[in-house]
Structure formats: C-alpha cells, structure tokens
Ligand binder design. Structure first.
Ligand code: UD1
Length: 462
C-alpha cells in the first residue's frame, strides 16, 4: 500500500463563536498568517494528491487564504462549501464531489488545529497503511485533564472500539484520558459510505464524524489509535487558546532560527513570522518583532526594540535600536539604520547611513550617502505619494525636509535645516536657511534689562 495517494480534508466551516469576533476563527493569525494557512502548509508537506478545505457560505476570505497556502509545495488546494453546519461528519460529506473517483486514503484534519506537525500526520497515514491495515486510524492524545474532548474507547486488545463525545459520555467514559484529536485517516473509498450512515441522535443533535469508528467496527473492520504529544493537538477555540497557540508557534520558530545559526540574545522576547528568513551569524537583540516577509542577510545585527516587516536587510548591515522597517524597505550591504528611524518603500544602498530620528519613505538613498539626524522625506501631500532620490555619496545635513518629488545628485551636500523643494545637481551645495543675523552684545543687554525690571518691580519690557 506504500504507493497509495493521500487526499487531505481540512474542516474549517465551524463558526468559532467563542472567539467573540467577526473574523472566521481559522483566519485568526499565528506568526503572521491565518491558522488555516498553517494547517494547509503542514498538510502540503506530505505531498498529498489534493487538499480540500471545507468552509461555510460567505467564507470567501478563507478561500483566499487557502489559495497558495501550500506553497512552496505544489499541491492543488480547493475550497468546498458546507451549506449548513450540521456537524463534523456532515462537513466531511461536503468534500464528496471534490474527491469523486479518488482511490487513495483520506486524511481528515481540523482547520482550528494549527499546531499539528507533518511528522505526526505522516505517522497517522503510515499506520493506516501498515499491517494489519486498519480501516480507520485516529490520532489520540493522552491528557490528565481531558476536559470536553471526545474520549477514545479502546478494547483489551488495544484496538479502537468507538469514540464517545464528552456530552454523551458516562462518568466512566469521562474518566478516560485518551482523547480524540479529530485527525483521522481512512480509505477514501469507504469514507462517504460510512459518513452517510451517521445519525444525529446525540446530545448536540449533530452528525458526529467520530461515529464512523463504531460503524466501521460494526462492519467487522478494525480501527487503530496513534498517539501524539499533547502540545500539538491544542484546538484553538478562544482568544486565550489563540495566545497559547501563538506561544507554541513562536517557541518552534525561535528554536528553528537558533538551530539554523541565528543568535537570539533573549529568545522569548523576539517575535518571528512564519517566513522570517535569517542568513548566517545574525544577532538579534531583545524585544524585536518580525512581521511577515522579512529576509535578513549574513552577519546582520538587529538591535533591541526594532519592528521589521516586509523588509530585506543586506549582509553586514545594522538596524536599530528602536528602528522601524516597513514593507518595501531594502537595507543594502553594510548599511546602517539607527535609532528612531522609519523606512518605508525605500532602498538604502550599500554603506549608506541613516542613523538618527528620520523618516525615509518612497525613496532611494544612494551608496555611502549620509543622511543626517532628523531628516524627513515629505512624500505625501495629502493626496499622492512622491519619490525622493538621494545620490551616491550625498550628504544631507541634519533636520532637512526633502519635499518630494525631488532629486539630490551624487556627491551633493544639503545644509542642515534646509527645506529642499528643487532638484540639487551632482556635487552642488543646497542651503535654504535664512541668513544668520549676529547682534553683538544683545543677549547681555537683554538680561540686564530684565533683571532691572524685576528688581524695581517696574513695568515689564515688551
Ligand atoms: C471535535 C470532536 C471531538 C474532539 C475535538 C478535538 C467531533 C464530533 N468531535 O469536537 O471528539 O475531541 O474535536 O478538538 O468530531 N466543523 C465544520 N462543520 C461543522 C462542524 C465542525 O467544518 O458542521 C469543523 C470546525 O470548523 C472545526 C472542526 O470541524 O475545525 C471541529 O469542530 P468542533 O465543533 O470544534 O468540534 P468539537 O466539538 O471541538
């Protein structure tokens, strides 16, 4: 059976009412992407023939989130609609059309169980195909505090007899500690026949997928359990559950980053995204947040309290402390972005420095240019965005306002405090300050006048 194909069915049509919000539950993000995309990506790692995601009507945003979620693995991901939410067996039934003629195994997973690993899913599929080829394999997890999970009833021979939902369980069954994770593998050819026979005579009045175990047993088929670690099988059904899942995902991402050679000085304070990519010998200081789409080159140091998303940082560059790189920021090789600097949709070319208190947006800062403290690109007039170009080797004096669109040529200087509204030619100096007026002795005379007025209690000077 080793060459059998697998089709994954991801159930995601549940309302998620306990999240108490308007976003469908499976769209809540973990490490910068919706949890349904995590599940699809994990499933895709098994290289299934196809992935069918079951959504409720109106969940177009979920359909969008699953499109491309399998990348970089090339697996077709298709969304099907379950018209009414009548239970997990009914949800699986919605995948029937999409699996028409499919002859391999079906792997059923829940869209709100984003912590499951590909390794565990492989073990479930492998158990389905191993002797004695059980008809149904269920992934179970042992919990001392089993709460309201369904319980797996296992016979003396170790085979799975049935699954009982918490609300329908007797006190003896509730005392069982082996819980249903919701993950199952079975022959796709048998799946829909079993699902069709599931009734709804139970505490919730729902069509329970879990009932197919007893139905398979009644047909004389064998069912088996594969056990997994409890921390992989925490379903997210509340905001607190979401936060707990985020903590697990972050721990995994931090460990993976460190194993790949990045130094995180205080790992617990660094927040990573699912796709954060580090080069070699990167050092990340405490309290740094990486949003999605960040690539960090070799030998980069990211100093404390920086916030980075959608940005590329070249080899040997340094960023922060307290830097903000927004989408489209490209920091070149060996460039410096210092404290209280915000960069958006701008290229800071190799060796350039923007070290203090600046906003650089919709701009290019040429190689080795030096942008002085407090420099701002005025890129927005309330209606449109405009670009600023700063040439290679240019020197922008402190507290300059560059009113875009504007070009400062290669090697040009801009005097501190200038408001630049016209292009500056290469190697020129541009200064827009008012001329400095010196009045010798004025300050001393002023102080004297003030002191006298105070002593005499006389009239105030204007
Ligand atoms: C289910 C299991 C329970 C298990 C628990 C693990 C059943 C009957 N019970 O219970 O044994 O311990 O998961 O978390 O399967 N869904 C649909 N359409 C529906 C109903 C549900 O797509 O009509 C989806 C949900 O989006 C969710 C998954 O199925 O992804 C599980 O549904 P949920 O109602 O949360 O099941 P539980 O009551 O948690």
């Amino acid at each position: 059976m080793a060459d059998r194909e697998t089709a994954a069915i991801v159930l995601a049509a549940g309302k998620g009412t306990r999240m108490r919000g308007s976003l469908p539950k499976v769209l809540h993000p973990l490490a910068g992407r919706p949890m349904i995309a995590h599940v699809c990506a994990t499933v895709a790692a098994l290289e299934p023939a196809r992935v069918v995601v079951v959504v409720a009507p109106g969940m177009d945003a979920v359909m969008d989130a699953v499109a491309g979620a399998a990348a970089p693995v090339e697996v077709p991901v298709e969304a099907v609609v379950q018209r009414e939410q009548l239970g997990t067996a009914h949800a699986v039934g919605a995948a029937r059309g999409a699996l028409e003629g499919f002859a391999g195994d079906a792997l059923i997973v829940f869209g709100d169980g984003p912590l499951i690993t590909a390794e565990t899913l492989r073990a479930v599929v492998a158990a389905r195909r191993a002797e004695p080829e059980p008809a149904v394999v269920v992934l179970g997890v042992r919990r001392d505090d089993a709460g309201e999970y369904g319980r797996l009833v296992v016979g003396a021979d170790g085979a799975l007899e049935r699954i009982v939902e918490f609300r329908d369980a007797t006190p003896e069954e509730r005392a069982l500690t082996l819980c249903n994770s919701g993950v199952m593998a079975l022959d796709a050819g048998r799946l829909f026949g079993l699902v069709d026979r599931v009734g709804c005579d139970n505490a919730k009045g729902e069509h329970y997928l879990t009932d197919i175990v007893a139905l398979a047993r009644a047909d004389g088929l064998s069912c088996a359990v594969v056990e997994a670690a409890a921390d992989e099988l925490v379903g997210v059904d509340s905001r607190a559950g979401l936060a707990a899942a985020e903590a697990v995902v972050q721990r995994r991402l931090r460990n993976a980053a460190m194993e790949a050679g990045a130094t995180l000085l205080d790992p617990d304070s660094v927040y990573l995204s699912f796709d954060t990519a580090f080069g070699r010998d990167v050092v990340v200081e405490p309290h740094v947040v990486f949003g999605p789409g960040v690539r960090v080159g070799d030998g980069v140091r990211i100093r404390a309290f920086s916030h980075i998303e959608g940005a590329t940082i070249g080899n040997g560059a340094a960023v922060g402390p307290f830097a903000r790189l927004r989408p489209g920021a490209e920091v070149g090789v060996g460039a410096r972005v210092g404290n209280f600097v915000e960069i958006k949709q701008a290229v800071i070319e190799a060796g350039a420095k923007v070290n203090h208190l600046s906003y650089i947006g919709d701009a290019r800062v040429g190689a080795k240019a030096n942008v002085g403290a407090g420099t701002i690109t005025c890129n927005y007039d309330g209606f449109d965005k405009a670009r600023t170009e700063i040439g290679a080797g240019a020197f922008i004096g402190s507290n300059t306002a560059l009113v875009a669109p504007v070009v400062v040529g290669d090697g040009a200087h801009v005097g501190a405090g200038s408001v630049i509204t016209k292009d500056v030619p290469d190697d020129a100096l541009a200064v827009t300050r008012a001329p400095q007026d010196i009045r010798a002795g004025w300050a001393a005379r002023f102080r004297e006048r003030k002191r006298k007025a105070k002593r005499g209690g006389g009239k105030k000077d204007g």
